[in-house]
Design a binder for this molecule. Sequence first.
Ligand code: FAD
Length: 474
Amino acid sequence: MTARVFDLIVIGAGAIGENVADRAVQGGLTAALVEAELVGGECSYWACMPSKGLLRAGTVLRAAADVDGAKQAITGALDPLGVLRRRDAIVHDWDDTSQVSWVKGAGIELFRGHARFTGPKALAVTAADGTVTELRASHAITVSTGSAAVLPAIPGLRDAAPWTSREATSVKQVPASLAIIGGGVVGCEMATAYASMGCAVTLLSRGPLLGHLEPFAGEAVHSSLERLGVTVKIGAQAASVHRTGDRVVVELDEGSTVTAEQLLVAIGRTPRTDDLGLETIGLTPGDWLAVDDTMRVEGFDWLYATGDVNHRALFTHQGKYQARAAGDVIAARALGQPVDDAPWGRHVATADARAVPQVTFTDPEVASVGLTASAAAKAGYDIRVIDYDLGWLAGASALADHYEGQVRAVIDSAREVLIGVTFVGPGVSEMLQAATIAIVGEVPLKRLWHAVPAYPTLNEVWLRVLETDGRATA
Ligand SMILES: Cc1cc2nc3c(=O)[nH]c(=O)nc-3n(C[C@H](O)[C@H](O)[C@H](O)COP(=O)(O)OP(=O)(O)OC[C@H]3O[C@@H](n4cnc5c(N)ncnc54)[C@H](O)[C@@H]3O)c2cc1C
């Protein structure tokens, strides 16, 4: 069989793979994209978009309930069917037609099927009907196969048919009760969404909620989940799981049990590299693919990895940033053009290590970028930490009757610049980009002082942080 040849082949048409191929084509290369499921990947159909769809109605309703005059207009409860209907629209009923036309319009050739390496720069793509197509890359192959949910080795867990984030985000009928193992972002977001839809949720977490963020973030989300009626158990370790009829029973280490109609496991992600034929190119199936700052896999001059699979920062926006760098550098290298791989250059993803913005869409939202105070101290920075209560702002009282929120700014005292910011509060996600710009731009605090926030908005917190610190004008 003769192989089809392209300058670049990208495995995985998630948001990240699509962008790598698009940039390379814009740079003058030919590109093929291989997808085993839906073009658009996890984010569009089973992760970011449907989860935010499930969360929005509850957020809007609670915001209205905290504004006198508006709250009187709320005369009924949230309608779960309406929420699911809106979620279905957001995911286009799991139909990727529009994304497929975008791929075609971008001049990328799409192959549907499961790709496996057969050797260096060579792939076999097996379609659903068993047809095999051989592909060869003249310059590069990029692996953008993403990640899947981890199922831990808890006795009985697999037989109990637990949900992962896929089932939780594509649910057709909201269960009466849901137990969730995992107090990270997915666990907290789904606890919020399901509790808002009237489901009795029990959230089981080994450590404090959102343990990778500033401690006050997890504490605020913990209290708000309890206010929503969620039972939160911290220090909870599942010892075994079994299903009896239409109930799942989780036995905890300390002897108690939690019973629910469904069980969601949200404890982390594993790379989708186990069935890729990696052994044919000297790599180990099931491993994350470690890359340099241009997204090239260590030890190769033709193999790249972008998005979740390289384990640098498991977010769609950060993967797409890597994709822009990778697509551009692959084209530059193929065409013998200069490569701009100095820190903050066009062909590197420097921000992955310095300024990764992330939002947890709980209620309150948690929006953070850069380092937490403890991570900065551990990394050896000489820091100052400024905390401020968002509820004290005029903008907060204009927004809601009982606005609760908090900010923490972490300052590098040696350079007088911000290296980390965390906001907690309703609507704070929209404030995150200003913090990201301040960190990436290494804006000196003395200059930040002149970025005047509009009154009365929550952005006035920038002024309050600088006033509290007192050094910007000292
Ligand atoms: C519940 C949940 C909510 C999230 N919310 C957010 C959020 O709000 N914001 C955010 O930034 N991030 C969020 N994330 C993370 C985000 O979904 C991921 O970072 C993102 O989807 C990674 O994109 P990717 O392209 O690397 O992988 P994917 O989107 O998983 O795409 C990989 C594609 O590769 C295909 N594939 C795999 N193996 C093969 C093969 N051998 N051959 C052919 N095709 C293959 C898969 O079918 C898939 O379509 C969330 C994640 C979860 C689980």
